[in-house]
Design a protein around this ligand. Structure first.
Ligand code: BTN
Length: 246
């Protein structure tokens, strides 16, 4: 992998952990910005909506980083997941993998999930922190992950990747995107978020506040919301879930 711009961030490596997000949460009190936790194996990897995150020990990337907050970032807290998603799609694109963002937090390749992102807030006293947890299927085979709806970087390219170079690339990308977010705001990313948006103009089953509806995915708005059409009516979704059902 070439052109990895070196940035400094503290990295803690573990053989086995329950969850990198949980471990970082327990360390956040004394942690420096961008402290990153990586583990070979997660015994209780977590996803959104209390789902489990399964990955193959030593083959896939499971890490969490402490995303630094500042006054300028506060209005864009709901967009941090999208920023992390952009960092991943741009990083894997350098390996010629055309990945898309299944709004707001999944990365898919031709509809098969390759990466999930779990952003969690932790408040200590009056100090707010944000943990960005990323699970990326890298060198495993999706059969091993026992799910036909998933894919891996290895399956997409036939190549084996260095997990640490990949990690460094993603964090460096996220740092750059954060700098841009501070300077330009989330609307600057609208064209990019639309370019990478999965299922555009397709009908999907969405679950919004536990209600399941059929919707056509239209676009990502300048605030980062998802614009959809439900029975001809245009709605903006702030946070929701797109199922794989057609
Ligand atoms: C999802 O698909 O809903 C999000 C999955 C996020 C998984 C990553 S793996 C590293 C970090 N630690 C966790 O326990 N979860 C995230």
């Amino acid at each position: 992998m070439k052109n990895v711009k070196k940035r400094t961030f503290q990295l803690k490596r573990y053989k086995s952990l329950s969850s990198t997000n949980s471990e970082l949460k327990s360390l956040v009190d004394h942690a420096s910005p961008w402290l990153t936790i990586i583990t070979d194996e997660q015994t209780n990897g977590r996803g959104r909506y209390q789902r489990k995150w399964i990955s193959q020990p030593g083959k896939d990337l499971t890490f969490s980083t402490l995303f630094p907050l500042c006054e300028e970032i506060m209005p864009f807290m709901p967009n941090i997941t999208q920023l992390a998603a952009l960092a991943v799609v741009k990083s894997v694109e350098t390996e010629r993998i055309k990945a898309q963002i299944k709004w707001p937090n999944d990365i898919v390749v031709k509809g098969r999930k390759m990466c999930g992102i779990l952003v969690e807030g932790v408040t200590i006293g009056c100090q707010q922190n944000v943990i960005v947890g990323i699970g990326l299927n890298v060198n495993s085979k999706s059969q091993v992950l026992e799910n036909n709806d998933t894919t891996t970087m290895f399956e997409e390219t036939g190549k084996v990747f260095d997990l640490y170079l990949l990690l460094e690339r993603i964090i460096t990308e996220l740092q750059t995107l954060r700098d841009i977010l501070i300077q330009r705001g989330i609307s600057y990313f609208t064209p990019l978020l639309n370019y990478y948006c999965a299922y555009k103009n397709e009908q999907r089953t969405l679950t919004i506040n536990s209600k399941t509806v059929q919707a056509t995915i239209l676009s990502v708005t300048p605030t980062g919301a998802l614009s959809v059409s439900i029975n001809g009516e245009i709605k903006e979704i702030i946070s929701g879930e797109i199922s794989f059902k057609k």
